[in-house]
Design a protein. Structure first.
Lengths: 322, 376, 530
């Protein structure tokens, strides 16, 4: 394996990890607040469609991002209303959201654009193009360091940088602010928060709102940054990989980043293997690599390597009175 | 806190689901309106598409067969307090069992292949659900998350099997070779002209038998008593001497076996070979069916028929109302799950209140119930 | 739904009486209902500033509800609350905190994986940035620690420190929020005697510093040891408020229990035979791994009722659960009729039952019944595998229903409707369903926990008579109850449990309530007999 190969793999890893990371951090906010979210996939899909549709019509990627995030937030609030206010089953709410997204995006896509559920391709200003970081071109010829900077780090869309900046920001919010303290508390022991005179419901809605924003960004990334337009079911289960990553990272932001990078790398690897077999990995079926994130997560959940224990109050609607 | 009386049984099992279904239809109708079509027209198109002829009805029954299997799978687990969200994966891998039996017994008459393939489907589907069950019972991993993961692992496994192990030597597509005609499960059209050319087959009778069987299992066997006790109150279940961990494993295995029968219908009766994604989304429809049918086999039968009709009618929809596609059905289905499963709190309090207003004599009963649950 | 009771205004003369501002808390005509349960009826209570004021009462007397109202966790249906002489409408906990009222709940309101310091500032952070809040809290905590002598490591995780330490954190939490009035709900229930002593020392310090303490408990020893005044509650009503110095445990006990119809149980001499239930060296841990039953041995003979008395939380629950196979034993044996029970695994209860041991659990709704089941289904719960309910795999519903009808008739369960959902029966009738099931199969040994908890007077007598009948039929009965009266009138022999051990044995015919009370407080038999 030469250096060029490695660099291109890492470059692809970064691109493929970005939506995972955004969705994973999105799930982190909800689940840390005690609201289980298996509807990440659905919210991303909704946002991907809304973003692409808007970008295609307005020609503005930023408008697409805004609408995508808004739609995702509205979806998250619907899910939140079921899970928080109506004290419904959070898991079933997630299943419903995923299914609704699958149906609605394809249906509306066919209705509006008549291209079999696809949106028109977006390009130019309707898409987030790659950004060349300062001196990327100049440093290109500097061996190793320059190549790493100019190929791997530079040349991604703005959303990639935002996603990775969200990691320290999330860690800071979670562990260094009042909001983060309360958020973590409400996922562990909502009664403690309630007796301290803070509204459990308000905190959980805030968390769900952030989840919606980040899922929206992840969805928009699929359709108007990584891709150029929306295609049927284009999130392809990435929401569940993000969920797996969240569990694998034991609900911690920095660990989430590394897990998403690992899962993104596995994705890059299997894509690569489908086109050009590599000598070392020729005997490893691509499907095994595809399934690896899920297998690893199950093994972790079963407590064979460490133990993943989620927020204690997760999945349980909070009821104050008896 | 105000005390609302529990709803009368008929309202709980009939009125509330119907209200939720109506709401799902109304919201879907709004979507249809929003794109400038007439919702009533669309409804009529779905209805005639589903029941208009023997051909249409045959397809409706074929879909319903799958949904009965997955609906029962979800409901059986739900009675034990478990949410099996992995019906899709269990049904998918069960295809391996069916195809293995069918291809190994090449040239054997279907009367022999059929029962063996059925058992193989149940066995493989059961194993695929047993693992999450075991992990929940013995290692404390949440069955919801593991069954989700197992859906994806199943998908990867099947792509591998179809590409590298089962792929027909002559074919290009990732699918197994065809099952010999003699070994295929007969379609009803072979006996009844009414169902001409439709894929509905003998497995429909199995599905109906299982509706009865699961009903008996849940309400008329000792094991059913045990699993219901566990689902209602795990502490009482332990008090009654049941091993909760064993029940969890057995119920998950049974649930997976039920879901696995989708493969029996699809592989031996319809596709006659193993293909990619033959399950479609039957596992998830099962969730809607079980919720809608209130986890009761009778309700599941009706709900499966309803969703079978929606699926078949949805297929026909686009030919009748231009622009309306079968995704409309997925939307309805999602809304049904949302309203009956997750937003039950929407109608129930209002309905309870309405009932109390009109039946003051029930107040005493509500009182009795509350004082029974009192403590300070 | 309901809000009845008079909305009493305090007479103006009373408000204007001299020294009114001496009162930290004045409650007038507080009413609270949970559905049809009248948890607080016209409660009046005045607590003098700078004192420790005890509130005693049995379980369910309404103490915790009253304090939750004062703390704003529940809202009263009617009544007036005055804090430091001014009428307040306390809407939520935040409001109570602002008025200087802090509460230490029975179950701590702490986040287990947070540090002490994080728990202390939760909800009272003075900045959006955590670091600032934490460092300010750290210095404030240092001051509080010194002032009240409350040592605790601010950086320790809650899950790593002892229960006694956790309670200190709760107290510090309240003080950090500027609480002048501190409510403690059953604070010693979870503490070792040593920790309880430390707590009392802290409470005295608080009083010296001018704080007002309200102590909710059902332990009279604590009331006598530390309070200045004591109010007694019974069945949702305030019975009386007394100065501690001018009362004694006997008077308080009588007020707590009330002059209820003395429950006479008609029973003759017991004629004990051979031991049917033998417990040897039983040691049991609870779910948290804390050893709750320590090396306990005793026997129950045929034809006798052995009562286990004790303040709740001294290991009785775990003892019952271990004997009946509901909880994995740590060590020791349970021998029924000469056969050692194998109780490992999560289906130990089935083997205990097969050996002839019937179990009427302490908490019917949590354990002994599936409240969503129809009555007939609960009538076979635990005995579902018996051949009379169908051979093989099938459940013979007809036979089960017939058996249920017979059981319910024999025990006079009302309404006599085997298809009614069990939750719709009254507490007494639910208990009868359990008793009918457990007694109906003629077991050798009957284990009964709190047989009359939540049961109306009429049913109590019936239930007691059934238990005596069992005894007279030559069965061995082990009875656990927190109602001392019940133990004294039913048991032929009393074992007193304290801190996981049997600390003494008494003859109900001769032992006085005082002697038993001392034993229940952990003072041994011999000392008590002196």
């Amino acid at each position: 394996m030469d250096l060029n190969f490695l660099i291109s793999m890492l470059d692809a890893t970064l691109r493929l990890s970005t939506p995972l990371l955004l969705a994973c951090l999105a799930g982190l906010y909800s689940e840390r607040a005690g609201v289980f979210d298996i509807g990440l996939e659905g919210k991303m899909l909704m946002a991907a469609f809304a973003a692409a549709a808007t970008a295609a019509v307005t020609g503005s990627a930023w408008a697409g991002l805004f609408v995508g995030m808004s739609v995702s937030v509205l979806t998250a609030l619907l899910q939140g209303a079921a899970a928080i206010s109506l004290k419904g089953n959070q898991l079933i709410a997630g299943v419903a959201i995923n299914m609704l997204a699958a149906g609605l995006t394809t249906f509306l896509g066919q209705q509006w654009f008549r291209q079999g559920g696809r949106t028109p391709p977006v390009s130019g200003d309707a898409r987030f193009s790659s950004i060349q970081l300062p001196f990327a071109a100049e440093l290109r010829n500097v061996p190793v360091v320059g190549e790493i900077y100019s190929v791997i780090i530079s040349g991604h869309s703005i959303l990639v940088y935002v996603a990775f900046l969200m990691v320290p920001l999330t860690a800071w919010i979670l562990f260094r602010t009042r909001f983060g303290l309360r958020l973590r508390a409400v996922g562990e022991n909502p009664k403690a928060v309630d007796t301290a005179g803070i509204s459990v419901r308000r905190l959980r809605y805030q968390a769900v709102l952030i989840t919606g924003l980040l899922c929206g960004m992840a969805g928009a990334y699929f359709s108007i940054a990584q891709g150029a337009g929306f295609g049927n079911n284009m999130t392809a289960g990435k929401g569940f990989i993000a969920l797996a990553a969240l569990i694998f990272a034991k609900w911690r932001p920095v660990a989430a980043m590394f897990t998403c990078l690992l899962f993104g790398f596995l994705d890059a690897l299997q894509i690569r293997l489908q086109s050009t077999p590599l000598p070392v990995l020729s005997d490893v079926p691509v499907q095994l690599i595809q399934a690896l994130p899920y297998i690893l997560t199950v093994v972790l959940l079963a407590g064979f390597i460490g133990k993943a224990v989620g927020p204690k109050a997760g999945g349980v609607p909070y009821t104050k009175e008896r | 806190m105000s005390v609302l009386k529990p709803l009368p049984r008929w309202a709980d099992v009939v009125l509330l689901p119907l209200l939720n279904l109506t709401l799902a239809f109304v919201v879907s109708g709004l979507v249809v309106l929003a794109i400038g079509q007439n919702p009533l027209h669309a409804m009529w198109a779905i209805a005639t598409g589903a029941f208009g002829s023997g051909y249409n009805f045959g397809y409706t029954l074929y879909y319903a067969t799958n949904f009965i299997f997955t609906g029962l799978a979800v409901a059986l687990a739900a009675h034990a307090g478990l949410f099996n969200i992995g019906g899709n994966g269990q049904a998918y891998v069960a295809g391996l069992g069916v195809i293995a039996v069918a291809l190994l017994l090449d040239g054997t008459h279907w009367i022999i292949v059929m029962p063996l393939a059925m058992l193989a489907a149940m066995l493989v589907g059961g194993i695929w659900a047993f693992i999450p069950g075991y992990l929940q019972a013995k290692r404390g991993s949440h069955v919801v998350i593991t069954t989700i993961m197992f859906n994806f692992i199943a998908a990867a496994l099947m792509v591998y099997m179809l590409n590298y192990v089962l792929k027909a030597p002559t074919g290009m597509a990732p699918e197994s070779r065809m099952i010999a005609p003699d070994a295929r499960m007969p379609r009803l059209a072979e006996f009844i002209d009414f169902f001409r050319h439709t894929p509905v087959n003998l497995s429909l009778f199995l599905a109906i038998a299982l509706l009865v069987g699961v009903y008996y299992l849940i309400w008329h066997t000792k094991f059913g008593f045990a699993l219901r006790t566990l689902g209602q109150n795990p502490t009482a279940s332990r008090y009654a001497g049941f091993s909760n961990s064993k029940i969890i494993m057995i119920v998950m295995t049974m649930s997976g076996a039920l879901a696995g029968l989708v493969a029996f219908n699809e592989v031996l009766g319809v596709q006659n070979r193993l293909v990619l994604d033959f399950v479609a989304d039957a596992g998830f429809v099962g969730i809607a069916v079980a919720l809608m049918g209130r986890n009761h086999p009778f309700g599941i039968g009706l709900a499966a028929l309803l969703f079978g009709a929606l699926y078949q009618g949805g297929n026909e929809l686009q030919y009748v109302v231009p622009g309306l596609t079968r995704e409309m059905v997925v939307i309805i289905q999602a809304l049904v799950i949302l309203f009956t499963g997750a937003m039950e709190g929407l109608f129930r309090p209002g309905l309870q209140f309405a009932f109390m207003l009109f039946t003051p004599e029930h107040k005493a009963e509500a009182m009795a119930r509350e004082s029974a649950g009192s403590e300070s | 739904m309901t809000s009845e009771g008079t909305n009493a205004q305090r007479p103006e003369t009373a408000a204007a009486k001299p020294g009114a501002s001496d009162w930290a808390i004045e409650l007038e005509k507080i009413n609270k209902r949970f559905g049809p349960v009248h948890a607080n009826k016209d409660i009046d209570l005045s607590v003098r500033r700078g004192t420790i004021h005890g509130i005693v009462g049995e379980n369910g007397a309404g103490k915790s509800t009253l304090m939750s109202i004062l703390y704003g966790f529940y809202n009263a249906d009617s009544g007036t609350i005055k804090v430091n002489g001014a009428i307040q409408n306390i809407t939520d906990s935040r409001h109570a905190l602002a008025l200087g009222i802090g509460m230490v709940h029975q179950h701590f309101m702490l986040v287990d994986n947070f540090t002490v310091l994080e728990n202390i500032i939760l909800g009272a952070e003075d900045s959006r940035i955590l670091g600032t809040s934490l460092s300010r809290a750290r210095s404030e905590l240092g001051r509080l620690e010194k002032e009240y002598d409350l040592k605790v490591n601010p950086d320790a995780l809650i899950e790593d420190i002892s229960v006694g330490q956790q309670q200190r954190v709760e107290i510090l939490k309240a003080l950090y929020r500027g609480a002048d009035i501190l409510i403690l709900d059953e604070p010693t229930g979870v503490l070792t005697p040593k920790e309880a002593d430390d707590l009392f020392r802290v409470l005295r310090t608080l009083r010296e510093q001018g704080k007002t303490v309200i102590l909710i408990t059902h332990k009279l020893r604590e009331i006598m040891a530390i309070t200045d005044a004591v109010s007694v509650m019974r069945q949702g009503e305030m019975v009386k408020t007394l100065e501690t110095a001018k009362t004694n445990p006997e008077e308080l006990a009588e007020l707590m229990v009330g002059r209820r119809v003395l429950l006479r149980v008609e029973k003759g001499e017991s004629h004990p035979g051979k031991p049917l239930l033998k417990i040897t060296n039983l040691t049991v841990a609870d779910d948290m791994g804390v050893v709750r039953v320590k090396d306990v041995s005793f026997a129950v003979r045929a034809g006798e009722i052995v009562g286990i008395a004790g303040v709740s939380g001294n290991g009785q629950t775990e003892l019952l659960e271990a004997i009946t196979g509901m909880r994995d034993q740590r060590a020791g044996d349970v021998i029924v009729n000469g056969h050692k029970l194998f109780l490992k695994g999560d289906d130990g209860a089935s083997r205990a039952r097969a050996a002839g041991l019937a179990h009427v659990p302490e908490d019917r709704q949590r354990m002994g019944l599936v409240t969503n089941f129809q009555a007939w289904e609960n009538a076979i719960l635990g005995y579902q595998n018996s051949a009379e309910y169908g051979g093989g795999l099938m459940l013979d519903g007809t036979a089960a229903r017939a058996a249920a009808t017979a059981q319910m008739q024999r025990f006079d369960v009302r309404p006599l409707n085997i298809s009614l959902k069990t939750s719709l029966f009254s507490g007494g009738n639910q208990q009868k369903i359990v008793l009918a099931r457990e007694i109906g199969r003629d077991p050798d040994v009957l284990i009964v926990g709190q047989p009359t908890r939540g049961v109306d007077i009429g049913a109590i007598e019936f239930i007691h008579n059934q238990i005596v009948k069992m005894r007279d039929a030559g069965k061995a009965i082990l009875l656990v109850s927190v109602e001392l009266d019940e133990i004294r009138s039913l048991a032929d022999r009393i074992l007193v449990m304290f801190d996981g051990q049997i600390v003494g044995e008494a003859d109900p015919a001769t032992a006085t309530e005082g002697e038993l009370g001392l034993m229940m407080a952990g003072i041994s038999n011999r000392e008590a007999a002196q």
